[in-house]
Design a protein around this ligand. Structure first.
Ligand code: HEC
Length: 126
């Protein structure tokens, strides 16, 4: 009987632990998957990302080039931050999350996928 209780408690404990550990790895909602067939708007969907991710703290045209609404497109094209042949290789996609000062600034959820898909769609100033 005692052995049974011990078994029961250990099974219960490992279940709790397993669920507990699992829980840590549950990712937050990362946003809707990006449908490549649906045209992405640069001004409505892409530009706001750089403000939301605080890129514009530095990329405001005074510390370094601007990623602010209204001037981001010019920076992307003038500085060659887009790779139309291989969107994932674009600097605007690759640099965030890399070495300092970008280690603390990155895209979240579907932001990177949105930018890549927008480039795939021709990187229009739309
Ligand atoms: C703490 C300041 C800071 C923040 C915040 C920051 N950057 Fe930068 N970034 C820099 C500096 C400094 C450089 C290098 C100087 C330059 O290229 O003008 C740079 C360079 C870059 C480059 C490469 C330009 C090139 O020609 O190689 C890209 C792309 C870039 N940043 C994108 C971003 C994005 C996107 C974010 C937000 C996710 C971001 N940065 C946030 C400071 C910052």
């Amino acid at each position: 009987m005692k052995a049974f209780q011990i078994l029961f408690v250990s099974v219960l404990l490992s279940l709790v632990l397993a669920v507990g550990c699992d829980y840590k790895f549950v990712k937050p909602d990362t946003g809707a998957p990006v449908d490549p067939e649906v045209p992405i708007s640069f001004s409505d969907e892409i530009e706001p990302i750089w403000t939301a991710q605080s890129c514009t703290n530095c990329h405001n045209g005074s510390v370094t080039f601007s990623l602010e609404q209204g001037s981001a497109y010019q920076s992307l094209t003038n500085l060659n931050l887009l790779d139309l042949e291989n969107p994932a290789n674009s600097l605007i996609v690759k640099v965030p999350g890399g070495s300092a000062p970008h280690n603390n600034y990155n895209y979240v959820g579907n932001q990177k996928a949105l930018i890549e898909t927008w480039i795939e769609q021709g990187a229009e100033d739309n």
